[in-house]
Ligand binder design. Structure first.
Ligand SMILES: Cc1cc2nc3c(=O)[nH]c(=O)nc-3n(C[C@H](O)[C@H](O)[C@H](O)COP(=O)(O)OP(=O)(O)OC[C@H]3O[C@@H](n4cnc5c(N)ncnc54)[C@H](O)[C@@H]3O)c2cc1C
Length: 389
């Protein structure tokens, strides 16, 4: 079922093209990719050929710089496969965006063409064992020795860091101490295959099985001084400034989940009969599905109003508020929607051969990655002048 769409004709064409690709090239394989814990490189490059990785990228490198378009693509992919959806979201939001926003011309020329064509994936390594929501607690260190950064530390839960298309990990590291005594954190580009960068085996996750997530060890990794991304000491500020786009894009992924759950559950409720009537003719089933319809509509409005604010260059504080509201509300809707959908499917909803079971496992992490629900509430409360201590 389609949401009434007030985006442009170009956006509607894009939605049709990506939805068609996802229906024919993604949906038939999603369960197998989930079981294999792997997304084939061919589907990533096929999405590259469709232009998906370029949607959010800079225009001078053939991109559209259009967050609304990126959200449409992620939503449509996410309706069929959340793992592929997060692969795209992380590739653009965490891989391409920092280089596009803060890279030197040389860094951009080296990395963006392959990343924006889907020929390569880049990851962002911020999280550590003791630094997740509290990213300022980063322990990874980088020292400049004779024109070379020497990096030591570990990173946790890094998406797209160990896929056969992974070519680069952008990492945050302490590069000194600021005048106020707090850690100076900077960002460095570390190409995969650099000696000392160890990509540990992938995690055994509850969901997003096919998405590529690894712990990383940086043991005396040496990269040239020119691999500093953006300004020294601005690593966290830079990361936070790209995170709003990422939060809107995660909300788009969650919207795909809400729509899929509504559509699958409504279809099942129309077909399944018990006690001589369709289950969808009982209020106990019909009303929660009406609620899913409300969630799909409100989620759509939250995602695309936030993306529109960002695309028309609204003030950063307005975008940050809209992004936090969309991320918080739509990801919580997604978790609720999977619970309703599996219940409507009864025992079949617990079986892996039905996609609602996969959506149920995949949804939880939406409330955690790129800022937990609590972190979104912190952002919003601070915007209200609260939580000042
Ligand atoms: C599948 C997956 C993929 C990921 N991909 C990446 C990636 O590519 N790159 C990357 O850098 N990171 C990645 N992450 C990490 C993710 O961003 C963090 O897990 C997330 O930010 C939470 O950090 P944490 O796990 O350390 O939890 P913690 O920060 O330890 O939080 C634990 C709980 O406490 C709550 N909490 C923490 N502080 C407060 C507070 N002040 N007030 C109220 N509640 C609070 C949190 O909301 C949470 O509920 C990924 C995580 C997962 C699971």
């Amino acid at each position: 079922m389609h949401e009434p769409d007030d985006t442009s004709e170009d956006h509607r064409d894009l939605r049709r093209a990506v939805a068609d690709f996802a229906l024919h090239e993604v949906a038939p394989h999603a369960a197998r990719w989930d079981a294999d814990h792997h997304i084939p490189a061919e589907v990533v490059t096929a999405l590259g050929d469709l232009g998906v990785f370029a949607l959010g990228g800079p225009e001078e490198f053939g991109g559209l710089g259009d967050l609304t378009a990126l959200c449409i693509a992620i939503e449509e992919i996410g309706r069929q496969d959340q793992s592929l959806g997060i692969t795209v979201e992380a590739a653009v939001g965490l891989g391409i965006a920092p280089i596009a926003r803060f890279g030197t011309r040389e860094q951009q020329e080296r990395w963006l063409p392959d990343l924006m064509a889907g020929r390569a994936l880049a990851a962002f390594g911020l999280t550590e064992a003791g630094a997740g929501s509290d990213a300022g607690a980063t322990r990874t260190r980088a020292e400049l020795v004779d024109g070379t950064w020497v990096v030591d530390g570990t990173k946790q839960f890094i998406t797209n860091s160990g896929h056969e298309l992974s070519r680069l990990v952008t990492v945050t590291a302490r590069t000194g101490t600021r005048e106020d005594g707090r850690a100076e954190i900077s960002t460095l580009l570390v190409p995969t295959g650099t000696p000392g960068l160890l990509v540990e085996p992938g995690y055994d996750k509850l969901g997003w099985h096919a998405s590529d997530t690894h712990p990383l060890v940086l043991d005396g990794v040496r990269v040239p001084e020119a691999n500093l991304l953006g300004e020294r000491g601005r690593g966290l500020t830079q990361f936070l400034s790209i995170l709003d786009d990422g939060r809107i894009a995660i909300a788009a992924l969650a919207l795909g989940c809400v729509r899929a759950c509504r559509d699958l559950a409504v279809e099942h409720a129309r077909q399944r009969t018990t006690f001589g009537a369709r289950i969808g003719d009982r209020q106990g089933i019909a009303f929660p599905l009406a609620d899913l319809d409300v969630m799909a509509r409100t989620s759509h409005l939250l995602v695309y109003s936030a993306a529109a604010l960002r695309d028309r260059g609204a003030p950063a504080a307005e975008v940050a508020r809209a992004a936090a509201i969309a991320k918080l509300q739509v990801t919580e809707h997604a978790v609720a929607a999977t619970r309703v959908a599996t219940q409507v499917f009864g025992g079949y909803g617990f079986m892996e051969e039905y996609p609602v079971a996969r959506f149920y496992r995949d949804a939880k992490v939406l409330e955690i990655g790129e800022g937990t629900s609590e972190v979104q509430r912190m952002v919003l409360a601070r915007g209200l002048g609260l939580l000042s201590r």
